[in-house]
Structure formats: structure tokens, C-alpha cells
Design a protein around this ligand. Sequence first.
Ligand code: FAD
Length: 337
Amino acid sequence: MGRVLVVGAGLTGGACAALLRGAARARLAVWDKARGAGGRMSTSRRAASAADLGAQFVTIEALRAGPRSSFYEELLSHGILKPLTAPVEGMIMKEGSCNYVAPQGISSIVKYYLNQSGADVFYEHHVTHISLKDGKWEVSRETGPPEVFDIVILTIPVPQILQLQGDIVNIINESQRQQLESASYSSRYALGLFYEAGTRIDVPWAAQYITDNPCIRFISIDNKKRNIESPEIGPSVVVHTTVTFGSENLNSDPAEVQQLILSHLEKIVPSLPKPASIKFQKWRYSQVTKAVPNCLGQMILHTQPLLICGGDGFTHSNFDGCIDSALSLAEAVKCHL
Ligand code: FAD
């Protein structure tokens, strides 16, 4: 019985682990450096309030769904996805596509797959080194002893793959390194504003895309967007900055950046009440602007033992991109089990 490690509890890692469930009786583990599941599909929670700080919607193009149809159907049948019914201003829709939201928060999608996988999931496991040891992979993390695995699957953003130390540095050959280094991501900031239960936010929309502000690109009344409105629920507001603001302020002082975003927000929505708490999020690797070229959703870095990487950096930054990568990873891994 082989030990398989998936690094990254985001959508790609979660879906890949679910696809590998029971494969050749492999024992699956998922490690993530964060304190919870979701990656860029994260939902932040405070008391009676929740906010999707990264991905907002799952867009389904029924005619181009292909092998992803079963993923959509499963999430819809379990109520994890529901059609977006709340008013969103300025949203550009492709013909034939529909938007869905996750009422329990976007991270519930990833949690669903992690549950399905039956894997042992460990948080606060920050992988730092990957090296060969007696024909297996020895994986080290920031704290705690290293562990040995037969197969390692990396589903972390590409620049973070290139930061890993150990034998992996020399295992990645020159042409693969060039391919990996050519991938690029946008950066942006997000704020989550959390309110006490019963607070009223009087705006006619659930979300809006802003085109005339240098700082803010998107605002949502997150609970309203997810169709969750009740007196027991504290409302939440999510703000995403523009990519230009994100890259211009990438290394600025977080407190100053937060203040700048809040001052722009006040001009756009002057009626917003003062929140009970605020979550500040920097998405250094937000969305893929150029994917790793010439690979179909994954790249094999070493064959025996298998070391393979995938994620939206190998496809594109949305639900479909992650599922395509997860399918491609699982197919390649199954051949080695
Ligand atoms: P990630 O979600 O990044 O998961 C990788 C995981 O690896 C993370 O949990 C991270 O903590 C972990 N990790 C990294 N390094 C290490 C390490 N060394 N050791 C251990 N763990 C590590 N998509 C949509 O479909 N619809 C949207 O509306 C949408 N909007 C977006 C808005 C924003 C602001 C952002 C940031 C993204 C948005 N996306 C959207 C894109 C979508 O969120 C991503 O494509 C998707 O979440 C990527 O999933 P992933 O599993 O490939 O990577």
C-alpha cells in the first residue's frame, strides 16, 4: 500500500485527492500550510458572519462542460452550489454560461472534495524541502519531523514550487524550469468586513464590478450574494482591489494599504456602517495571467518515484481549470499506483 502526499488543500488538491480515493488502496495525505481548507477558494469566518475572500462564483458553460459535468451535477445535487439569483451590477456574462454561488461559503466546495477523498488532512504543514531517500520522497516541513512518501503531488502556485528546497532543485531540469518560470500571476488585495448580526446594509445590489476607481474592482455584500439573509447572520462585505493597485502596492505597509482601500470604499458606498472587524488578505498569486506552456494540466518532474505538479498555473484560474488539472493529475498518478 503506497503513501501518496498531496501538497495543497485548494480546489486542485481537494479534487485530485477525491479522484484518487481508493486507487490501488493508496493511503492519501493532504498537507497545507494554511490553517484551513480552500486556498484561493477561502471563506473567512467571524462569529455569525462569513466572507469569500478569493473566488466568488463558479461559472458553468453547459455546452463545454465535457468531463466536468459530473462535478457540477454532484455539487448541485448536494446543495453545495446554488444558482446566483442576487443582483450583481456590471457582471459580464459569456453567452451560454450561468453563475453559481456556494451558500455555505466557497471553501465548502473544497471541503466537500477533501471529505470525499477520505485523506488524512493536515493544516499548518508548510512544505519546505523535497528530497530522494531510498527510492522514496522525504518531505520536510517548517516544523515537525520529515515524512516519507511513495508519490508526491504538488498543487501549489508555480512560484511556490520553484521556492522548494532539497533534491527537487536539481530534479527540475533546465527546460522544465524555463517553462515553470514563464508562468505569471496577477496580485490583488481583498478585505473582508464583518458586522454584528442585525446590522442593515442598505444598497440595492448584492455585488458590483467597479470600472472607474483606481483601487477597487469588486464589492459584494457577501451573505446577500450567497442568498443567506437572516437576522441571526452577521452581514459581511468583500472588497477586491484592481490588479494595478495590487501590483503597485504589493510591498507596501499592510495597515496603509488597508486604510487606502477603506477610504476608496467610503467614497463608493458612503452608507456602509463601521464593521465590527476586518480581515486583510494579500493575494500575491491571485489569478494566472500566463499558464505554464506546453503541458496538459500537469508536469511530471520525476518518474520513479513519481513527483508531479499541477494546479491552475497549468491550466487557467477558475473552477474548470482546477478540475481539468485534477483530472490530468489523477490519471497520471493512477498509472503509477
Ligand atoms: P490554491 O487555491 O492556491 O491552493 C494551493 C494551496 O497550497 C493553498 O491552500 C496554499 O496554502 C497551499 N500551499 C502553498 N505553498 C505551500 C507549501 N509550501 N506547503 C504547504 N502548502 C502550501 N475562480 C473562479 O472559478 N471564480 C471566481 O470568481 C474567481 N475569483 C477569484 C478572485 C480572487 C481574488 C482570486 C485570488 C482567485 C479567484 N479565482 C476564481 C481563481 C480560483 O480561486 C483559483 O483558480 C483556484 O482557487 C486555484 O486553486 P488551486 O488549488 O490550484 O490553488
